[in-house]
Design a protein around this ligand. Sequence first.
Ligand SMILES: [Zn+2]
Length: 273
Amino acid sequence: MPAAAQSQATPENAPYAPFKIGEGLYYVGAADYASYLLTTKAGLIVIDGGDQATGRQVVANIRRLGFDPSAVKVLVNTHQHFDHAAGLAELKSAAPGARLYVSAADAPIVEAGGKGDPYLKGPAYEYAPTKVDVILKDQQTVSLGGVTLTANITPGHTKGCTTWTFPVTVAGKVRQALVHCSSSVLPGYRLVAPETYPGMAADYEKSHRFWLNAPCEVFLASHARFIDLDRKKKALDAGKLDAFVDPAGCKAYYQASYKSFRSALEKQQAAAR
Ligand SMILES: [Zn+2]
């Protein structure tokens, strides 16, 4: 049975009015569980499904924006945790022609409905299993109707965590968009032996090197709170058309995130001595 927690209303999956971020790019997620829509001349692309309740909202939001959810051809995911992957099943049933692309390390867990995660165990984290159609390698691209997304595998938070990058036109200028997977070190994660999964700390280290140097002008993420979405949406509504163009905010976020990873690691190393 899917977790009861996922059908419950929470502040994270509260409905949020969909809106345009750039040319052919829309926010269609919930208050915190993020989801993005890309429109192309060959159909629609959706990044992340949120939890189950969010998944239903994403379908409704696509319709509310005037698009047909059954035109979704490509579904991609940042990572296999329920708050980003449970809603994929809702999207697949609304768009039977959609193909789901997931990284090699996260795909088996999506296909098992959240079972097999090394840390989040139990019914609260499980969801409807969803078939993965294409397994992604690092730097693999996914293209539809002239839009190309790059899958940057940035492991740590999950073994197959994927940060997506793609160009998008905002306020008349082509910008590099980045959808951050997650760099959070969950409270019980072990970064020293025995690690939550073998190689976890080294994976975080490697991913932070990517993030600290990644082209990131339009800073997006799997959680709205990572990017201060509310504040940017208010600025957008007040007429700042490039409110989501925030390379400095992206850099600052990654610098702070790296610092907090290092301090968690050092604390655990000290405790293990
Ligand atoms: Zn997560």
